[in-house]
Design a binder for this molecule. Structure first.
Ligand code: MN
Length: 231
């Protein structure tokens, strides 16, 4: 096949203990999946059906590191999240079999232009400008489920310059990982390479250039991100 121009390289995530890279197909994100965070966003945390948004695959920042403060915002927020990576997919996946499709897990950041997201939300407009922008999805290395199992409980934390800002537990997910995969598969054909950000615990807040973010999830290591000035 001949292309009009050289296609962009596919987005990837590194894998712990494996020289191969995980190729990214799509990035799905769950909104408001911890009750305490739903409350801090002014919403009722009762168990309604989950809702989703997406980020472009090339928003992934593999392994974290330096990212630039994005344009168009003055309220740039961190959201620490468990990320699920699929090795296979399908349609109408039952909850009971959903974990069979998981390759592994990582620590991720759903970086958010909160001012733009809330304006969109309140006007009934799409969230893309608030959520789906360049470098908005830093992800630490993937830990294969074959090694770490399927974490359903454990601390998830985010520190900024050493001060803990977010602290939660995976056991407090409103929609579990298998429930989330099953629900999504009723609306999309899921496939190998898909990533799912599973939502953030309470304590989201703003960061500025110079800040150093450290996200941790029990058993999944850490993700370090440094915010550089805007381009
Ligand atoms: Mn999020």
């Amino acid at each position: 096949m001949t292309f009009l121009f050289e296609p962009q390289a596919i987005a990837v995530v590194p894998i712990v203990g494996d020289a191969r890279q995980f190729p990214v197909r799509r990035v799905y994100c769950v909104g408001r999946n911890y009750a305490a965070h739903a409350r801090e966003m002014g919403k009722d945390p009762d168990k309604e059906p989950p809702f989703f948004f997406m980020k472009p695959a090339d928003a992934v920042v593999p392994g974290g590191g330096d990212i630039h403060y994005p344009p168009g915002t003055s309220n740039y927020h961190h959201e620490i999240e468990l990320v699920v990576a699929l090795k296979s997919g399908g349609r109408r996946i039952p909850v009971a079999g959903a974990l069979d499709h998981v390759f592994g897990y990582a620590v991720g950041l759903d970086m958010t232009r909160r001012d733009l997201q809330l304006t969109s939300r309140d006007l009934g407009r799409p969230w893309d400008f608030g959520k789906s922008f360049d470098q908005s999805a830093p992800i630490g290395p993937l830990h294969p489920a074959a090694t770490v199992g399927h974490p359903a409980a454990g601390a998830i934390t985010l520190a900024v310059n050493g001060d803990t800002r977010q602290k939660g537990d995976l056991a407090d997910l409103i929609w579990s990982v298998p429930e989330t995969i099953s629900f999504l598969s009723d609306y999309y054909l899921l496939a190998a390479g898909d990533l799912i950000f599973t939502g953030t615990p309470a304590g989201v807040g703003a960061v500025v250039p110079g800040d150093r973010l450290t996200g941790r999830i029990d058993g999944l290591g850490e993700l370090a991100v440094h915010i550089l000035p805007a381009l």
